[in-house]
Write a protein that binds this ligand. Structure first.
Ligand SMILES: [Zn+2]
Length: 349
């Protein structure tokens, strides 16, 4: 069914592209708005399968390279820093402006993204989880998926039943959804139960997140390293002191390592509310990005800039990419934007 869904999506995007239905969206990137692209992991399909990475979390290195080539043809890729400066100053943006961002600080960003960006002299921003730098493994949702995947179907059902999901049709997905609704303490307790239930599994942990040294290399290659919180805990619903620790400590640790120079923040899972935004400002952040879909313009609140999320199952073909990123397609119904970014616009800030 999933395959059928993605095939239908691809065909629909192709037909719309041919009919020029996306061309009108191009005019929206007219020098007053910019697209902030959001990626997570960049991994070959077989590695994603091996690590039980959800389709919504990665693009393959080949797809990513194609995205960059399409961007180079039609877009002016700015660093998020330069984009922020222009929005702040009310200065016009180049036509078809965009910035490229990555969440979480995956090691694969260093492995695949850095060389691809360098080859094309493109800037980007990576939002890292300060306390998880240099650590083994990934995040708790990855652990849940991997533990389920290593079990036989009958054991999967028994494990889901430990969390009140006796009738789960998809034990892994439904348990994951249940865990997302837990408080931090409840989730820690549930994870401990899950580890006990699956203690006989051999699940070797490898380093999937970046080291500080890799972050330094990315920064030297023109990538801004900014904050995605201290632990990747969702920032809404915390008491103020816990929230302040997430915001202040992550900023302090980043700066101690020579990063976080711009004071940018990406809310984990995109979760934010008025108290999160206010405290983030008080802690020294001047710009924050969300996971809400949209384009950024001068009037967009700086602490809630929307992004356009990209992942393999929705952006493998050019027509699909165009459906998400307006103005990146081949349709010639409107005057085209600049073919290449200017030196000035490619300058890193
Ligand atoms: Zn994240």
């Amino acid at each position: 069914m999933a395959f059928l869904g993605s095939a239908v999506r691809r065909i629909r995007a192709e037909v719309s592209e041919q009919l020029g239905l996306y061309a009108r969206m191009r005019s929206r990137l007219d020098g007053t708005r910019a697209a902030i692209l959001m990626y997570h992991r960049v991994l070959p399909d077989e590695r994603a399968l091996e690590l039980a990475v959800e389709p919504g979390m990665y693009v393959t290195p080949e797809t990513f390279a194609r995205h960059l080539d399409w961007l180079c043809e039609r877009f002016c890729v700015l660093s998020l820093g330069e984009l922020a400066n222009r929005l702040e100053a009310g200065a016009p943006l180049p036509l078809q402006s965009c910035a490229i961002t990555f969440d979480d600080g995956w090691r694969d960003n260093w492995q695949y993204v850095l060389p691809a960006l360098r080859r094309r002299s493109l800037p980007a921003t990576v939002f890292v989880v300060a306390e998880r730098m240099d650590s083994l493994g990934a995040f708790w949702p990855d652990e849940v998926s991997r533990r389920f995947r290593a079990l036989e179907p009958e054991q999967q059902r028994s494990l889901a039943a430990c969390f009140g999901l006796e009738k789960a049709r998809n034990p892994a997905q439904e348990t994951l959804a249940r865990f997302k609704g837990y408080s931090e303490e409840q989730r820690d307790e549930a994870l401990a139960r899950m580890r006990e239930f699956t203690k006989n599994l051999d699940l070797p942990q490898e380093r999937e997140l970046m080291t500080w040294q890799e972050a330094d290399q990315m920064a030297a290659g023109g990538v801004e390293i900014e904050s995605h919180g201290l632990t990747h805990a969702l920032m809404t619903g915390f008491p103020p002191d816990r929230l302040e620790r997430e915001l202040r400590e992550s900023r302090r640790i980043l700066r101690e390592h020579g990063h976080g120079l711009r004071g940018f923040l990406a809310y984990p899972n995109g979760n934010h509310d008025r108290s999160v935004r206010t405290l983030a400002r008080e802690c020294g952040y001047g710009l924050a990005v969300t996971t809400e879909r949209g384009l950024a313009h001068a009037e967009t609140p700086r602490m809630a800039l929307p992004r356009l999320g990209l992942h393999q199952d929705i952006s493998g073909s050019r027509a699909e990419f165009h459906r998400i990123v307006p103005g990146s397609g081949l349709h010639r119904g409107r005057p085209g934007p600049p073919r290449r970014p200017t030196n000035r616009s490619r300058r890193r800030s």
